[in-house]
Design a protein around this ligand. Structure first.
Ligand SMILES: Cc1cc2nc3c(=O)[nH]c(=O)nc-3n(C[C@H](O)[C@H](O)[C@H](O)COP(=O)(O)OP(=O)(O)OC[C@H]3O[C@@H](n4cnc5c(N)ncnc54)[C@H](O)[C@@H]3O)c2cc1C
Length: 304
């Protein structure tokens, strides 16, 4: 059922007039700003400074994926170089989150790897880290291969793993010895049942088991990316007795009161802050995860 809802919402948000309302009207943009820091790096830094003040380190994510030519990949690279520089200049406690298809993975693996390595080097010089987001399953192997080589070379990287993929326990076993930070999320793409769990219960069970494995490994920095109360509670039980660092990660604008409550309780939470002009696909994924967000949008449209 959830898969059907996700597919319907994703299909609707692809309609040209729906996209137009979101991107071209004041109401559409207002709803979007609930989930996106803004279109510019300056706006993202402002939100990041506020998050730090509220007790949360951040991860800045320049929106955009699947660039199709070298100039666009280099432009994403330049934007991330600027982000690393601004984080440092403003004394922000934060790092960057990067999608490899922003750096050209879709058409030139060598270029992508070279740009990623350069970003990791610059992040290291700025005393920060870089996390690789995980995209569709067709890219999992390539993403992990590139992560492995970059982490071996620079030592300041992390990567996201998706609990809904059946292969993830093996992937975790493969990369655990690299000692990076591992972000565990449920997974945001529409994957077939042959390779991914489709029921909420199966995904949740897989998530809890992987979180337990991660939290038991003191050589890793687990980052539990979820807004799900039950997953947070299970992880809090598994974290008991752990002496090495760990953190939760949550998306900007989602379950804000949960984020505040955890911080108040002394639990480490990092805020993932997306920004940039290419925010529409990100917004559609957040809508698909929670179609009630569409209702929020309709109410805003009707002036309530
Ligand atoms: C920091 C971070 C980084 C991520 N990186 C990746 C990545 O690299 N690759 C990838 O595939 N996925 C990534 N994701 C997305 C993730 O895979 C899930 O799709 C998303 O987090 C929803 O799952 P959940 O664990 O919050 O649980 P859910 O069961 O979906 O949600 C739990 C509760 O959180 C609230 N909630 C969840 N989503 C929304 C929303 N959109 N709007 C309003 N409320 C909501 C609702 O109250 C819901 O009941 C990331 C998520 C986070 C938090």
């Amino acid at each position: 059922m959830k898969g059907l809802v996700v597919r319907v919402v994703l299909a609707v948000t692809r309609w040209r007039w729906v996209r137009w309302i979101f991107t071209r009207t004041r109401v559409g943009r207002r709803v979007s700003l609930r989930f996106v820091a803004g279109e510019t790096l300056a706006e993202a830094i402002e939100v990041a400074v506020a998050a730090n003040r509220a007790g949360m380190p951040v991860s800045l994510n320049l929106l955009g994926e699947n660039v199709g030519d070298e100039a666009s990949a280099r432009s994403s690279f330049d934007s991330y170089v600027a982000a690393i520089g601004q984080l440092r200049q403003h004394g922000v406690d934060g790092n960057i989150s990067v999608k490899l298809t922003q750096l050209g993975l879709g058409f030139d693996v060598e270029l992508c790897e070279q740009l990623l390595g350069d970003l990791a080097r610059r992040a290291s010089a700025a005393e920060t880290t870089l996390t690789i987001d995980m995209e569709e399953s067709s890219l999992t192997d390539a993403t992990l291969d590139i992560y492995q080589r970059a982490q071996q070379a620079h030592g300041n990287l992390g990567v996201a793993l998706q609990a809904y993929l059946r292969r993830t326990p093996q992937d975790l076993a493969r990369i655990a010895s690299l000692g990076g930070h591992i972000r565990l999320c449920k997974g945001a793409y529409d994957e077939p049942e042959s390779i991914a769990f489709r029921s909420r219960q199966d995904v949740n069970d897989a998530y809890d088991a992987l979180a337990e494995t991660l939290l038991a490994d003191e050589g890793l920095m687990p980052a539990l990316a979820t807004h799900d109360d039950a997953r947070v509670a299970a992880a809090m039980t598994a974290v008991d007795g752990r002496s090495a660092p760990y953190e939760f990660q949550m998306l900007y604008g989602i379950r804000v009161s949960l984020q505040e409550q955890l911080v108040d309780d002394g639990v480490p939470v990092r805020s993932y802050i997306p920004y940039g002009e290419a925010w529409y696909p990100y917004l559609t994924r957040r809508m698909a995860e929670r179609p009630a967000n569409l209702w929020f949008f309709v109410r805003a449209l009707l002036g309530h």
